[in-house]
Design a protein around this ligand. Sequence first.
Ligand SMILES: C[S@@+](CC[C@H](N)C(=O)[O-])C[C@H]1O[C@@H](n2cnc3c(N)ncnc32)[C@H](O)[C@@H]1O
Length: 215
Amino acid sequence: MAISDVEKTMINDLLSPVASYYTEKIKEFGPQPRGVDWNGVDGQVLRFTQLSRLLDVERPFSLADIGCGYGALLDFLTERYRDFQYIGLDIAEAMIEAAGKLHENKPQARFISGTEPPEVIDFAVASGIFNVRLSGSDEDWRSYILQTLERMHQFSTRGFAFNCLTSYSDADRMRSDLYYADPCEFFDLCKRKFSRNVALLHDYGLYEFTIIVRK
Ligand SMILES: C[S@@+](CC[C@H](N)C(=O)[O-])C[C@H]1O[C@@H](n2cnc3c(N)ncnc32)[C@H](O)[C@@H]1O
């Protein structure tokens, strides 16, 4: 399903303040978890551990990291997998610059500004791109998530995975600038639209869930 011009404009309007938000973070804190607005390295790695359940250790693969930040996932993968090609994409130019500098000696990796890889790829993962919505409405943000998942499905041949903050978070700790998704709704949607093989992981101690769509 192609994205209409109206939807493209809506997504650009939503993402432009998000790009500025993350640009400020990386400028303030540099290439470390707080520079991509995570509290610390433990949570960041715990998220990567969930998302990487998508991957197949036995075969070489290519992977697009949508919202790569400074490319922390690349280090995680390098420690665990031998044969893979990596493309990191981010809407914040400052992230792409930081990632490029940090990983300049890794020939299997490229970093590109934007939201999609230039070619079809085996796997796509997105860690943290659906959380900060700033002043975007619930309706627009939900529709942006659906469009993004549709695109991830289209450009990945072997599967994709993503995480979201959960609507099962404690009400008194929820913030109006963040989006809390209903895990059951997204599990159902992925199962009906994308593949029979879908996992919902909601057992790793953070106020969020991960969905793995294996094709
Ligand atoms: C919470 S940070 C996580 C960075 C990285 N995935 C990590 O876990 O270390 C989210 C990043 O995604 C980027 N981003 C947000 N929405 C995006 C989108 N639709 N496409 C590409 N990048 C996006 C932001 O600029 C930011 O760098």
